[in-house]
Design a binder for this molecule. Structure first.
Ligand code: AMP
Length: 444
């Protein structure tokens, strides 16, 4: 199959040729004809499957072939993304695909001044990529009207709900014209996503290109058990041993990012960090320097790393496991993209066993554990498997308590191991459930 057989027009085919795309990916093969035919879409597609081109190419074609010229302060298509980085990334891809078309594109997001964005919108843009909060601000300030909108794309919809954007999405929904085409992309289909789809989509075609919630099989994944306090030391050891050249590292918190970057820089390692406390320009600069290999190690929180797309990123390290299991899939989706192979290594301490179990259950696999010599943990990471069970070994037999008087003085007989207390009940992994349409938005 080729892009031409999917019915794409010549200026798009020319752009794809320049980009070196030869064959449509599975999500593109399914989404492109459906979108061209005007269908609404509910697509389960992970990062790295080529989903951006899956919606952007037919969208660009429809906007070129149909509809009136864009009016002042208007947009004909809106792509909603969860983070600024993803908005930038999607916009960059759309602009590349549109290079031979007479269409205008633009991205708006928070964390930067709104005035230049208002100026830019005056003439109207054909395709607007936006984060939900800034879109609403622009709409409320009359810088943007949505009555000309033909198509709405919700990209990484699950992530938008995870980030607490349900209220914004409900507000945006009220701002949209009733007659429109809506395309929803999500790595996972939770009940909340189905609820959202039920409200926003009209008789959608469901596209599922990879088994639900299963991580890309082009990524080799394993776990190195280690004590929490030795993680940084282990990271440096593995980095030197494996001669790592370009690594994206995920830490759970902003402080965790800063602490690891400080430690690495202190050792003369070329590292930088991105997280939500850093100004947008600083984050973008760090990303750009990482992409151009000026920075070797980029340490990031989940939110900050969201839009990152680097060709052939060979390795992702989970310095901490994510609290939300789905984030594991997003994180490792940064490597092994578009058919390349990649590696994802997780440094796991005993405290993280429930998160490990939740990830294994979600991805339906038991992650291989590789002990690193001299880093064997003092606090053992209990066994886990894809069933969600955390297997705790029976405790060592204890001396029975004295029936009266001080236990130390009573030298009663040892309990035979057969009498030992049963293992603790297995602990079910805790999974955060995103809430749609309730509660205030969490701070990004
Ligand atoms: P996405 O899932 O949209 O983030 O895309 C992942 C990566 O795959 C991006 O770097 C795209 O440029 C690339 N890509 C998308 N479609 C194709 C294709 N048909 N052939 C080769 N590379 C592609």
């Amino acid at each position: 199959m080729t892009f031409a057989t999917l019915g794409l027009i010549e200026p798009l085919l020319r752009a794809l040729e320049t980009l070196g795309y030869q064959t449509p990916t599975p999500v593109q093969a399914q989404a492109i004809p459906a979108v061209l035919a005007g269908r609404d879409l509910m697509a389960a597609a992970q990062t790295g499957t080529g989903k951006t081109a899956g919606f952007a190419l037919p969208l660009l074609q429809l906007l070129t072939m149909e509809g009136p010229k864009v009016a002042a302060n208007s947009a004909r298509a809106l792509i909603l993304c969860p983070t600024r980085e993803l908005a930038e990334q999607v916009h960059a891809s759309v602009a590349e695909y549109a290079q031979h078309l007479p269409l205008t594109t633009y991205a708006v997001y928070g964390g930067v001044s709104i005035n230049p964005q208002m100026m830019k919108l005056r003439k109207g843009v054909d395709i607007l990529v936006a984060t939900p909060g800034r879109l609403i601000d622009l709409f409320r300030q009359n810088a943007l009207k949505l009555n000309q909108l033909q198509t709405l794309v919700l990209d990484e919809a699950d992530r938008m709900l995870d980030l607490g954007f349900s209220e914004e999405l409900a507000n945006i929904y009220r701002m949209l014209p009733k007659k429109r085409q809506t395309l929803l992309f999500s790595a996972t289909f939770s009940d909340e996503i189905r609820l959202l789809a039920g409200q926003m989509l009209n008789d959608p075609l469901t596209v599922e290109v990879s088994p639900r919630n299963v991580a890309a099989n082009t990524v080799k994944q394993w776990v190195v058990p280690v004590d929490k306090k030795r993680k940084a030391e282990l990271f440096v050891h593995l980095m030197r041993k494996g001669r790592w050249k370009q690594v994206l590292v995920f830490a759970k918190t902003r402080n965790g990012v800063d602490a690891l970057v400080d430690k690495l820089q202190g050792l003369g390692i070329n590292a930088d960090g991105i997280h939500g406390d850093k100004p947008q320009a600083t984050r973008q600069r760090a990303l750009d320097r990482f992409k151009s290999s000026d920075v070797q190690i980029l340490v990031a929180t989940d939110v900050a790393a969201r839009g990152l797309d680097i060709e052939d990123l060979p390795l992702v390290v989970n310095f901490d496991l994510p609290i939300v299991a789905e984030d594991y899939i997003h994180r490792i989706g940064r490597t092994g993209r578009a058919g390349n192979t990649g590696e994802a290594i997780s440094l796991v301490c005993a405290d993280e066993v429930n998160m490990l179990s939740a990830i294994e259950m979600l991805t339906r696999q038991t992650l291989t554990r590789k002990m690193e010599a001299d880093f064997e943990p003092e606090h053992r990471v209990p066994d886990t498997d894809a069933s969600g069970q955390v297997v705790k070994k029976p405790k060592k037999p204890k001396k029975p308590k004295a029936s009266g008087g001080g236990g130390k003085r009573n030298l009663g007989k040892w309990v035979d191991s057969g009498d030992a207390a049963p293992a603790e009940p297995s602990i079910k992994p805790v999974r955060k459930v995103p809430v749609f349409n309730t509660g205030p938005r969490k701070k990004k």
